[in-house]
Design a protein around this ligand. Sequence first.
Ligand SMILES: C[S@@+](CC[C@H](N)C(=O)[O-])C[C@H]1O[C@@H](n2cnc3c(N)ncnc32)[C@H](O)[C@@H]1O
Ligand SMILES: [Zn+2]
Length: 276
Amino acid sequence: MYQCPLCHLPLTLQQSQTSSPQQKNYTCAQRHQFDCAKEGYVNLLPVQHKKSREPGDNVEMMQARRQFLEAGHYQPLATKLLQMLAPTLPANATLLDIGCGEGWYTQQLRQIASTVYGLDISKAAIRYAAKKYPELQCCVASSYQLPFADDSVDAILRIYAPSAAAEMVRILKTGGVLCTVTPAPLHLVELKAQVYSDVRFHSDEVACEDGFTHITRERLQWQWQAPDAQTLTLLMDMIPLSYRLTPVMRERLCQQLPALSLDFYLDLYQRITPSA
Ligand SMILES: C[S@@+](CC[C@H](N)C(=O)[O-])C[C@H]1O[C@@H](n2cnc3c(N)ncnc32)[C@H](O)[C@@H]1O
Ligand SMILES: [Zn+2]
């Protein structure tokens, strides 16, 4: 399944000849070698593809998201995703979660697919995902250079993560699907109102993904009531708006504990079959 991020030849899993007997690595025919970490993930992000020292979400954001998700506050979204994706999958499906973070949604995909890959550019997030969910196949890699063979994946999930359409088309099998989750117009509008006098709503346009046909869109909305200031702080720490929420705004919100609008679009796309 994995292909070499440097020369694009297939990678095969091997026991290391040189180091400890447990050490495994992935190697290609050109002898590029990628060690498996003790947590079970493989780092397929070559240094020359890194744009910063620690790309992706930082540890603080990852930990806040992890605690928040594990408490089940976004379970309706995960459940809806499974309902939407399950009917599109063949038996023994292979699924890839792009920008999987610490793997909370990724793990749930095991209910509908026999092999689930989680990919993220953040090493901290992948280390956690691999350790907590050993049944996932986890790799550190960039969504712009997916380290997977052509026509090898039945479905891709992308929740709030960047991606390159051409790469997703390349690795999807014929008829394969892409499921995306993006913020819908009213998502966290109450938090935005703290920061901006002129609140801009998220777009309601369906993004055109090159090489895909849009199949369906579902909107999932609910009012979320923070149980306490600590949980609201976790939510504020895990979102991009976090940098704009000043200590005064945070304090006010934690005292008020307002109900917040959660609003998501779930879109399903199918890979267009290239004409012969
Ligand atoms: C907002 S988080 C969403 C994480 C997870 N999907 C979730 O909803 O809990 C976006 C994720 O995309 C990852 N990411 C950002 N740029 C990326 C890239 N070029 N390739 C792969 N992952 C990337 C970040 O590290 C982060 O984990
Ligand atoms: Zn290679």
